[in-house]
Design a protein around this ligand. Structure first.
Ligand SMILES: Nc1ncnc2c1ncn2[C@@H]1O[C@H](COP(=O)(O)OP(=O)(O)OP(=O)(O)O)[C@@H](O)[C@H]1O
Length: 778
């Protein structure tokens, strides 16, 4: 349509992105290739993947005349997909209006005017699969259940309905297949069963063969639990995500899916976290695209692959060239984006050093990849900082002080190599949400119930005047969050006054009944403590109690409606953090209604008390029991919007793809000594559960057992995890932990160390950053 140099110029003038070869060779090389050139883009952190994807799409449309509807682009999360979509529409429209004013292009004005960027197919693979299946299905297409409730369903139909949670053989098998010896509760058992089920789909394993070959008495029981789960979903015309992808592939292979017939460009972001099932889907669509004279473009970074435990196979990325060649006979062009547009030079240097210090790790990195280089050479270049203390209480207090100075105070001052720096978030546009605290687990309590750094920090920040809010939605399980306890307690008091139904129905898990009791008593206390509204709230509950005496015909009350009525009395649920929990509860109810006979409604029927009882029992089983057992997963995509006014505490996994002005990484606030029980989080002595499960199941996949040993894979994963964490900040990186990580500690009169990948140890036990002298300590 238009000439490439004009495209480049408008992109610079209107979008402020300079993609000329002499200025930005990497991004230029990724954007310029023709639509029929398949690409393998290895993109280091902060190298502008989103920019490249958007500009590449727009270049195809404006320069090569590719129709928006023949472009399919997928990303890993819904959030990233939404960002890609809105950026493409925004930039596309900007270019469109500029071109329409340009007399040089008056002859194609009509064509330009017609361009509709909303027609580009963008989304996660799952959302695209769902849409396409819906649009091409003549019958009633299946509904999709989210990860949020799949655990609840597995608990019910896979375990509790058949009392399998008590089965010793099943316990044994679930531990055996992951090489662990943990005491498993119901929720953990269910999660492992789902992990096995997902791997069966993701690695395309013959489930029956796998079970039959497995000589363990518990294998058959696991098979039955998983089959019951799958069968129950299918009977209700439902699919979970891995079943959806499997169904999508099946349809692709059988009728070619008409919705994809005209696809010419397939663009896949975060390809390093792809599994075999997804690869097969992408290559199948790529086959269509190539026949339409188009191509497949994959973008990713093997150093940032984090999802082995969800079936991701990083080798599919590093070996993409050979695999594409084997499948379609095409050699993709290799492009490496190594210029980093995010972080200061010190941070970039630190990341480069970190990723290179383990010799063995270099063997699994994508070939031909360069070190990342900073583009912010002249900006303020604060050194990478360290804050290490003798105990976590002191660490929490000093860290809170640092955060206060950086956000509300005069700024945190430091002198380094003759220069003075003031660390302060932007006075005008900044907020505490510019600071992120990343850790391997954001849990507030350890397994013994002792407080961990996330809660101690939260408490310290709460003491400050004005308070600095902390947002840590994954700090504890949903059923232990105070506002949810109150909400659930009031709901139970309404739908089952005095536990009448609960008591007559004896099969509820003991742990759940215990939690229900806590909820109910906390709710009643909450109501009594509310001076003004206490009466009104009691009256509300009493009205519900009186419903059970009604003689009228059936009334159905959706549980969601009941919640909406009561939130006005629980103001905490309407603040930023509370709303996230409320959204999760509502989503749980709407999702579980898909597999509930009463659709998550409470049925009040004066003529038939049994129906009422059944509807209450169903709600207890499907909603309250899973919440009580900690089985409702807060999946990443739920947390789409991070609150603006507080610090975010998040797991490193959750921070993937994000950037923040200031990033604090907890490299070991739990590691006082070299204890074996937390070695897997810092310097594994054994392969770990995900890698063992992977080995045990990959035997039955076309992929075969991974060539690389399980222990090496466990080290590789840890390195990748901290590489992601260290590469998130724009301006400041601060590592925090206990002094024992820096100086060692004395035990039996001897100096000992705490080997830790995150503090610069390699797997051979060499400490490259001995004493952590590479950090500037505050
Ligand atoms: N050509 C460019 N000029 C200026 N800034 C850019 C350019 N390309 C990207 N950026 C900026 O660099 C930052 C990093 O980009 P982006 O988030 O797309 O990186 P990424 O490659 O996805 O990183 P990661 O893999 O670490 O998630 C963003 O703030 C983006 O706006």
């Amino acid at each position: 349509m238009i000439e490439y140099p004009d495209f480049e110029k408008i992109v610079l003038d209107k979008l402020g992105r300079d993609i000329r070869i002499e200025v930005n060779e990497d991004q230029h090389n990724a954007i310029i290739p023709a639509p029929d050139t398949s690409l393998f883009i290895v993109a280091g952190p902060g190298s502008g993947k989103t920019t490249v994807m958007v500009l590449k799409i727009l270049k195809f449309i404006f320069v090569d005349g590719v129709k928006p509807s023949s472009i399919l682009a997928t990303t890993f999360t819904r959030k990233a997909a939404a960002q890609l979509k809105s950026r493409t529409i925004e930039w596309g429209n900007e270019l469109k209006s500029t071109l329409m004013e340009n007399p040089k292009y008056s002859s194609i004005r009509v064509l330009i005017e017609k361009l509709d960027f909303k027609r580009i197919v963008t989304g996660t693979l799952d959302s695209i699969a769902e849409d396409i299946l819906k649009s091409s299905d003549s019958g009633s297409s299946p509904a999709i259940i989210e990860d949020l409730v799949s655990n609840a369903l597995m608990i019910k139909v896979g375990l509790l309905d058949h009392d399998r949670q008590r089965d010793k053989d099943l316990h044994g098998f679930l531990n055996h297949i992951r090489g662990s010896r943990t005491r498993l509760n119901v929720s953990m058992m269910s999660q492992i069963l789902l992990e096995i089920k997902d791997r069966v789909y993701h690695d395309r394993i013959d489930f029956e063969k796998f079970i039959n070959d497995y000589e363990h008495p518990g294998a058959k029981i696991a098979h039955d639990a998983i089959s019951d789960y799958i069968g129950d979903l299918k009977n209700r015309n439902l699919l979970d995500f891995s079943m959806l992808e499997d169904e999508f592939l099946r349809k692709l292979q059988t009728d070619g899916l008409k919705g994809l017939k005209n696809i010419k460009i397939v663009l896949v972001d975060e390809y390093q976290d792809t599994n075999l099932l997804q690869e097969t889907i992408y290559l199948k669509i790529a086959d269509v695209a190539v026949k339409n004279k188009g191509s497949i473009i994959v973008v990713g970074d093997d150093d940032q692959s984090l999802y082995r435990f969800r079936g991701a196979t990083v080798d599919l990325f590093t070996d993409f060239g050979n695999r594409l060649n084997g499948y379609l006979g095409i050699n993709p062009l290799f492009v490496n984006l190594s210029k980093n547009y995010r972080s200061t030079e010190h941070i970039v240097d630190f990341c480069n050093e970190f990723i290179r210090l383990d010799k063995e790790f270099q063997n699994v990195r994508a070939e031909g990849k360069r070190s990342i280089s900073s583009s912010l050479e002249n900006s303020i270049n604060v050194p990478v900082l360290g804050m290490f203390r003798d105990d976590i209480n002191t660490l929490a207090a000093d860290l809170a002080n640092f955060i206060r100075e950086a956000s509300h105070g005069k700024g945190f001052n430091l002198d380094y190599k003759g220069s003075s720096f003031k660390i302060k978030i932007d006075e005008k546009d900044g907020s505490p949400s510019d600071i992120a605290f990343l850790c391997s687990s954001p849990l507030e309590l350890d397994f013994k119930g002792n407080p961990r750094l996330p809660i101690l920090l939260k408490d310290e920040l709460n003491k400050i005047n004005p308070q600095i809010p902390v947002f840590n939605p994954r700090g504890q399980s949903l059923g232990r969050i105070p506002v949810i306890e109150v909400l659930c307690g009031i709901l139970l008091e309404c739908i089952d006054p005095e536990c009448k139904i609960q008591n007559t129905f004896g099969r509820l898990p003991r742990n759940a009944v215990f939690r229900f009791k806590i909820w109910r008593s906390k709710a009643l206390k909450y109501i009594d403590d509310k001076e003004d509204e206490s009466k009104e709230m009691h009256a509300f509950i009493d009205t519900w109690r009186s419903y059970f005496r009604i003689k009228e015909d059936k009334i159905e009350v959706p549980l969601v409606e009941l919640i909406y009525k009561m939130v006005k009395w629980i103001p905490e649920i309407l603040d930023e953090e509370g709303l996230v929990y409320l959204e999760i509860i509502i989503k749980t109810i709407t999702q579980t209604s898909l597999f509930s006979d009463f659709k998550s409604n409470i049925v009040l029927n004066g003529r038939n008390r049994d129906i009422n009882q059944d509807s209450v029992i169903e709600v207890m089983w499907n909603i309250f029991v899973p919440i009580a057992l900690g089985a409702i997963n807060l999946d990443l995509d739920i947390l789409e919007n991070l609150p603006e006014n507080g610090i975010n505490i998040m797991s490193i996994h959750q921070s993937k793809g994000l950037e923040f002005p200031i990033v604090i990484v907890d490299v070991g606030s739990d590691f006082k000594m070299n204890y074996a029980n937390h070695a897997f989080k810092r310097f594994p002595g054994t392969p770990g559960k995900s890698c063992t499960l992977e080995d045990n199941m990959r035997k039955f996949s076309k992929l075969g057992i991974p060539k690389r040993g399980a222990l090496d894979r466990a080290f590789d994963d840890l390195i990748r995890q901290y590489f992601v964490a260290f590469s998130r900040p724009q301006g400041l990186l601060l590592l925090v932990g206990l002094n024992s990580l820096k100086d060692g500690y004395f035990f039996n009169n001897a100096l000992r160390y705490v080997p830790n990948v995150a503090t610069g140890w390699d797997r051979d036990g060499e400490w490259h950053w001995e004493g952590l002298n590479n950090l500037f300590h505050i």
